[in-house]
Design a protein around this ligand. Structure first.
Ligand code: PLP
Length: 418
């Protein structure tokens, strides 16, 4: 392992990050003799050998198109693909595997719901309620829907710590509200939303609940039945799996009433020029050849997290977040953006007198990879009156030594800019 971690181990909460790091080949390499300090997992996470090997095994040993061939190889690929659907069902504690739809990513999942459920169930004068902290993926599809059907987009505000104002959200709910779409965890602020409570309130006015789970699934166990949401979306690439594949969970009673999102092969029962009949769920929503090897990798990623245990990961990361929050508070002129009482993984901040992009460039020269910009959450940036922030995001393979390296590099920035 190339990273010379100063803390020899961070296994105080039943999880050994140093051991986990060994699973990630990219963390073993060094850039210009410097270990890679990777603090941008909220954008996309690194991949363990288990995932890389599963993708490679799929192409080497069991690749063929699925649901089509009568030959053995196709049957094996199909069985693998459907096994991963069951893995995903268990991963989010869904009641049935037919509630799991494979999509490209969170963005596609939300667009699918907006397009299919939205156009059939939201009309003129109706309302869609989102929050001020949403990623553009959970804003723009609803804006497009509202424009198309003559509905109104409402926005529940956040407070100055970046926590959702639940009393304001409750006030915005009414019998015109048809959809409530919220992030489980904000990618720009790290705030965790009380989804079960939001579901209870939304259901009391007859609205369905769509949860953008992109930033939650890498950090904590998710139980869609306990959350009582109607849809839950996440991306493979943020949970140490490949890009190009993601999951939409949809409650069977709702999903089975929805029209297809896209037409093509594999989503039909019969086709004539006069009329087409559609497959049952979930295949109705999976038109065309999917990312077969990507699904194999996604299955391996979910197995990887389940084997380690998301409760242990959550405890470990909570401790690391506390450590990082405290360490960053000692950097002169640093203002943390997003200090909600319930938050995970994300440390978004600005450094007085230095543009975030300059901070990011100098950190990069020190071997520290962070994200700078608006994080596809421009309204959240506007709330805090900043055009951009520096965002360090933590994952299971980060350690106190990564945080120490970040702080050292920030002190270097301070030296340069005064
Ligand atoms: N929602 C949140 C909260 C995100 O953080 C992201 C990506 O950063 C997305 C949605 C979009 O994910 P994807 O690009 O995988 O569709």
């Amino acid at each position: 392992m190339s990273a010379p971690n100063r803390a020899s181990t961070d296994c105080t909460v039943g999880f050994d990050a140093e051991r986990a790091r060994l699973d990630f080949p990219i963390l073993q390499r060094s850039d210009s003799e410097r270990p890679l300090v990777f603090l941008d997992s909220a954008a996309s996470s690194q991949k363990p050998n288990q995932v890389i090997d599963a993708i490679s095994k799929c192409y080497r040993e069991e690749y063929a198109n699925i649901h089509r061939g009568v030959y053995e190889l196709s049957a094996r690929a199909t069985a693998m693909f459907e096994r991963v659907r069951e893995t995903a069902q268990r991963f989010v504690a869904a009641a049935e595997s037919r509630e799991i739809v494979f999509v490209r990513n969170t963005t596609e999942a939300i667009n699918l719901v907006a397009s299919s459920y939205g156009r059939a169930n939201v009309g003129p004068g109706d309302e869609v309620l989102i929050t001020e902290m949403e990623h553009h993926s959970n804003i723009v599809p609803w804006q497009m829907l509202c424009d198309q059907v003559g509905a109104t987009l409402r926005v529940a505000p956040i407070d100055d710590r970046g926590a959702l104002m639940m009393d304001e959200l409750e006030k915005l709910l009414c019998d015109r509200t048809k959809i409530v779409a919220v992030a489980h965890v904000s990618n720009a602020l790290g705030s965790v939303n009380p989804v079960a409570e939001i579901s209870r309130l939304a259901h009391s006015v007859g609205a369905v609940v769509v949860v953008d789970g992109a930033q939650a699934v890498p950090h904590q166990p998710v139980d869609v039945q306990a959350l009582d949401c109607d849809f839950y979306a996440f991306s493979g690439h943020k949970i140490f799996g490949p890009s190009g594949v993601g999951v939409l969970y949809g409650r069977a009673s709702i999903l089975s009433q929805m029209a297809p999102y896209q037409g093509g092969g594999m989503m039909i029962k019969t086709v004539t020029f006069e009329k087409t009949t559609y497959e049952d769920i979930p295949h109705r929503f999976e038109a065309g050849t999917p990312d077969i090897a990507g699904v194999a990798g996604l299955g391996a990623a979910m197995d990887y997290l389940t084997e380690i245990g998301l409760e242990s990961i959550a405890r470990y990361e909570a401790e690391l977040l506390d450590y990082a929050t405290d360490a960053l508070s000692k950097v002169p002129g640093l203002r943390m953006i997003g200090t909600a009482p319930n938050k995970v993984s994300v440390l978004s901040f600005v450094l007085e007198g230095v543009h975030p992009h300059d901070v990011g460039t100098i950190l990069d020269q020190q071997g520290v990879a962070v994200r700078t910009g608006n994080h596809c959450a421009m309204p959240a940036m506007e709330h805090f009156n900043v055009p951009a922030t520096v965002r360090a995001s933590l994952a299971l393979y980060n350690t106190r030594s990564d945080v120490d390296a970040l702080v050292e590099a920030l002190l270097e920035v301070r030296e340069i800019f005064g």
